[in-house]
Design a protein around this ligand. Sequence first.
Ligand SMILES: [Zn+2]
Length: 107
Amino acid sequence: MNPHRTTAFAIRKRDAIFEVLGAKCAACGVAKNLEFDVIVPQAEPKSHHANFSFAQRMIFYCRQLSAGNLQVLCSACNSRKHRGCTRFITPLIGRQPSHRNTAPQPF
Ligand SMILES: [Zn+2]
């Protein structure tokens, strides 16, 4: 596959994910140095998806997104999470209306 086309494909995927999740950190709200974060780490070792190409990574993230298992974190919050700060784990599961079966309740 043409590498330029692959990159354009991956950038479109990335932008589509930002559109769904919002282009700001889910923990602190800043809008720069953003990274995708798999909320509940998958069974495969972390190094596994670190070796993916950009396009492969975006496909992986899209799959996590449709499972409701992806969030946007800034690099500071992301590295805090990976140092074991549990408040970044699973804060957002179920917040997407499309993943809910119940209608919003009136106040
Ligand atoms: Zn943050």
